[in-house]
Design a protein around this ligand. Structure first.
Ligand code: SF4
Length: 124
């Protein structure tokens, strides 16, 4: 089988022509370094992504807090992770890097805040 993919391991974004069978990568062309061949193997047989999203936050000046997983997770887990993220609601204050959900959906990744949001006092 053949597939063309873009290596996302660095900003160069090499176009990789990947030849593979059910068990292994046969050949990778177009990679400017060895990381491209490694990326091709991972992308064909067990693709992973960092999940970025937002969760609801109460008591902050904005209603949503940006979050991401602290490492890449299997693409197969992404739908479950997004469903879990949709259910999360936290309270301000929160610091950038704080763990919002440990080992989310058993993926091995923690969901972490990507910004700091202080608690605001609202006058009613
Ligand atoms: S193959 Fe190497 S140089 Fe090309 S995008 Fe991947 S990491 Fe960057």
């Amino acid at each position: 089988m053949k597939k063309t993919i873009i290596c996302i391991s660095c900003p160069l974004g090499c176009n990789l022509a990947v030849e593979y069978n059910n068990k292994a990568i046969i050949r990778v062309l177009g990679n400017a370094c060895n990381r491209g061949a490694k990326y091709a193997g991972k992308e064909i047989f067990s693709p992973e992504r960092v999940v970025t999203s937002t969760v609801k936050i109460m008591g902050a000046r904005v209603p949503l807090l940006s979050v991401k997983t602290d490492c890449s997770v299997s693409k197969e887990k992404m739908f479950d992770i997004m469903k879990q993220i949709f259910k999360i609601q936290i309270e301000a204050p929160i610091n950038r890097g704080s763990i919002i959900c440990k080992n989310i959906c058993g993926s091995g990744a923690n969901l972490v805040a990507t910004r700091t949001l202080d608690k605001t006092t609202q006058i009613r």
